[in-house]
Design a protein around this ligand. Structure first.
Ligand SMILES: Nc1ncnc2c1ncn2[C@@H]1O[C@H](COP(=O)(O)OP(=O)(O)OP(=O)(O)O)[C@@H](O)[C@H]1O
Ligand SMILES: [Mg+2]
Length: 253
């Protein structure tokens, strides 16, 4: 069974169909990128997958559980398995790096009655900071971090919950190419070390081709291509070719 199965997903707002019969299967441990022109429905799809916005019809199975139509309380249980890394890191400005990272863990563990000790949290934060290559940054405030560093702390915060799924919204946008490649490497090591299933919404074609096991191309709310990067390069689908030709000079055949 696939880790994520999207079946006949439709999302409509009054007067407009935004997602049109989306079908996608994402295997456990896979990195799937969603690409497409502005307005094609990428963010809408990510919001459906994370239950942030309710689908009009169809189903989204996360580990076999259909999240379409679940109550907020039931959705919260599924959300414990998922991490979200937003386009803007969305750190709490008034909390230092340490408190940002432990925020979700302490809140969740307190409500479930198993509060981890300080030493345990210290060790977890120190390991996560090493993983995102920002060791020793516990005391820094978000305002003292660069954009790329904030994104990495955002990833550390998501990983603190030990998610089975991580959803990334434009993780490399606004970063220089070298920092962007560092984030790419982190997305890959996160998958390899923690066996997470990853869905990445991105405009960054270089990144998409580096990290993806499979790529889904959206056009006007439809999936017009779903395959490996190699298959994308060879694809005869017009939109795929235009995308590759416009953004990766020399890559189109
Ligand atoms: N709540 C809404 N009401 C009306 N239209 C919406 C709503 N949400 C999204 N849309 C429209 O749906 C389409 C898809 O939007 P979406 O944000 O998913 O695009 P996107 O692929 O993420 O684009 P971008 O690359 O610019 O971020 C757009 O035409 C957008 O204007
Ligand atoms: Mg978007």
């Amino acid at each position: 069974m696939s880790a994520i199965q999207v079946k006949d997903l439709i999302y409509e707002v009054p007067g407009k169909r935004i997602l049109d019969h989306i079908n996608l299967e994402i295997n456990a441990g896979e990195i799937v990128s969603i690409m497409g022109q502005s307005g094609s429905g990428k963010t809408s799809l990510l919001k459906m997958l994370t239950g942030l916005r309710a689908a009009t019809s169809g189903s989204i199975l996360i580990d076999g559980v259909d999240i379409v139509g679940l109550s907020e309380r039931e959705l919260d249980k599924v959300r414990l398995k998922t991490g979200l890394v937003f386009q803007y890191a969305a750190l709490f400005d008034s909390l230092n790096v340490y408190d940002n990272i432990v925020f979700g863990v302490t809140r969740h563990k307190v409500s479930s009655g198993a509060r981890p000790g300080r030493a345990q949290l210290d060790q977890m934060v120190s390991e996560l900071l090493a993983e995102v290559e920002l060791p020793g940054m516990e005391e820094r405030m978000p305002s003292q971090l660069s954009g790329g560093q904030q994104k990495r702390i955002g990833l550390a915060r998501a990983l603190a919950m030990k998610p089975e799924f991580v959803f990334y919204d434009e993780p490399t946008s606004g970063l220089d190419p070298i920092t962007a490649r560092t984030i790419d490497d982190l997305i890959i090591t996160t998958r390899d070390r923690n066996q997470v299933t990853s869905v990445v919404v991105s405009h960054d074609l270089a990144s998409i081709f580096r990290i993806s096991d499979r790529i889904a191309m959206l056009d006007q709310g439809r999936v017009v291509f779903y395959g490996t990067p190699e298959e994308a390069r060879l694809s005869k689908v017009d939109m795929v070719q235009r995308f590759i030709a416009s953004e990766l000079p020399g890559a189109a055949h």
